[in-house]
Ligand binder design. Structure first.
Ligand code: NAP
Length: 485
């Protein structure tokens, strides 16, 4: 299928306890660029989800008891296999998700990178000895794997949103069950195939693919054998899942939505700001949680920024991501396109000015033209909501205080970006922005060594970096008495 060299990577059943588990019914995985069926996948139910939890629970004892060095060797095998099959994995990803092939290859390298990173970090789970208050006691702190981890992941990064969690969990000694988004199960299943080839034991990594998001979600958030639940997706769904996790007081981490400001001050390098805004806005057709959502430009540089930015946006190549030189692929669904059309039309009716784009793209029903709007005000819905599409609303501002207030005036706090050269301003603004991640004269901020995560309603916990293991470890305090003779 579709020039994929290793056809065994195309799996169509859930992977549970080291077995490919078929179900009685199936659903279609569609190519968002063409509407064609890419594969028919067995539709797992609550029953299979429960089996996966049992498998992960059974595997936990042996996996957590392995020395970290042994787990690291298996994770390293998994990383190597993913990089060896980077082209095939990228093709599978583009076919089910739509992003251009070059971006998909980048996602595979980024996703695999977490496996390599945490294979190493797992060897450095240190404890503490703490000076005791009594000569008769020793105070020792150790860290242990939390247990079985369950997760639910979105369609926009079908590979990396899984590895960012699974790699940390497995390195810490946890076992793992993931339910990937219905639109993009094939990437998760291909990863399971490679995990098996890497020698990761049965039950350690399980993938449950099923359309019943709510039913499977209930199992993964309420099952008493699950110690931790981790979710990446919208804030609205995250809130429901947090509530469900309360019934068994699970450890919870959440990577949720964003409303990233991108601020261009009058002392910025405008060409760099234009380049940065293009990357941070239009990557993945605007469907990333850290995508620029609102562009604020200081009045003195508004005209020069807008002119150069609109030209660059107009030149973006839109089309089927599997073809050469495409920069913007389809959106995930026609419903998603309808949502963007509504946001743009509403803004124009309220006074926004259209500079380029503003319509469906002739490439197909899931495509939307890269769009730039000016004269936008912060109260318009395009500035208040996560757009999740290739649309840039530009808002002008006068002063630093004004733009900081506007940038922070949102319930979200994931990523923010600003371009400025004055060192005092750089420090002041970086301190004042209420966000978990700030790009300063930089628009690509995520990498394996850096802590990814948000504040406010963008979530809790951090993924990647040396902090990424913390969510998968419990602190245990040992108080040893009877020391004095
Ligand atoms: P979503 O609607 O919240 O869905 C995410 C996942 O949750 C999907 O697997 C979905 O399954 C499942 N789901 C939906 N409702 C559920 C329920 N009631 N119970 C259990 N599972 C449920 O989000 P999305 O539209 O797919 O993804 C986009 C959102 O994710 C954006 O808000 C984006 O900002 C956020 N995101 C955040 C990060 C981050 O790191 N902070 C990264 C990527 C994306 P189905 O697909 O099968 O319905």
């Amino acid at each position: 299928m579709y020039k994929i060299k290793d056809q065994a990577l195309i799996k169509t059943c859930s992977y549970i306890a080291g077995n490919w588990q078929s179900s009685q019914t199936s659903f279609d995985v569609l190519n968002p660029a063409t509407g064609e069926t890419v594969a028919q996948v067995s539709d797992a139910s609550v029953e299979e989800a429960t089996l996966a939890v049992a498998a992960a629970n059974k595997a936990f004892k042996a996996w957590s008891a392995l020395p970290a060095h042994e787990r690291a060797k298996l994770l390293r095998n998994w990383f190597n296999l993913m990089m060896e099959h980077q082209d095939d994995l990228a093709r599978i990803l583009t076919l089910e998700q739509g992003k251009p092939l070059a971006e998909a290859k980048g996602e595979i390298a980024y996703g695999a990178g977490f496996i390599e990173w945490f294979a190493e970090e797992g060897k450095r789970v240190y404890g503490d000895t703490i000076p005791s208050l009594s000569p008769n006691q020793k105070v020792i702190v150790t860290k242990q794997a939390v247990g079985v981890v369950a997760s639910i992941t979105p369609w926009n990064f079908p590979n990396a949103m899984i590895t960012r969690k699974a790699a940390a969990a497995l390195a810490a000694g946890c076992t793992f069950v993931v339910r990937p988004a219905t639109q993009t199960p094939l990437s998760a299943l291909a990863m399971a195939e490679l995990a098996e080839r890497a020698g990761i034991p049965a039950g350690v990594f399980n993938v449950v693919v099923g359309e019943d998001a709510v039913g499977i979600g209930q199992v993964l958030t309420t099952h008493p054998d699950i110690a931790k639940f981790t979710f990446t997706g919208s804030t609205a769904v995250g809130k429901i899942l947090i509530k469900q996790c309360a019934s068994t007081v699970k450890k919870v981490s959440m990577e949720l939505g964003g409303n990233a400001p991108f601020i261009v001050f009058n002392d910025a390098d405008i060409d760099e700001a234009v380049k940065g805004a293009i990357i941070s806005k239009y990557r993945n057709a605007g469907q990333t949680c850290v995508c620029t959502n609102r562009i604020f430009v200081q009045k003195e540089v508004l005209a020069s920024f807008t002119e150069r930015f609109a030209v660059a946006v107009k030149n973006l190549q839109v089309g089927n991501g599997i073809e050469d030189d495409i920069q913007i692929g389809p959106m995930i669904s026609s419903t998603a396109v309808d949502g963007v059309i509504k946001l743009v039309d509403d803004s124009i009716s309220q006074g926004a000015i259209l500079h380029t784009g503003g319509n469906r793209h002739h490439a197909g029903s899931h495509f939307y033209q890269p769009t730039v709007l000016t004269n936008v005000t912060p109260d318009m819905s395009v500035a208040r909501n996560e757009i999740f599409g290739p649309v840039s609303p530009i808002i002008s501002f006068d002063s630093e205080d004004e733009v900081i207030a506007m940038a922070n005036n949102t319930e979200y706090g994931l990523a923010a970006y600003f371009y400025a050269r004055d060192i005092g301003r750089v420090w002041r603004v970086a301190q004042a922005l209420e966000y978990g991640m700030i790009g300063i004269n930089e628009s690509i901020i995520s990498n394996v060594a850096a802590p990814f995560g948000g504040v406010k309603q963008s979530g809790s916990g951090r993924e990647g970096s040396k902090y990424g293991l913390d969510d998968y470890l419990e602190i245990k305090y040992l108080c040893m008495g009877g020391i004095s003779q």
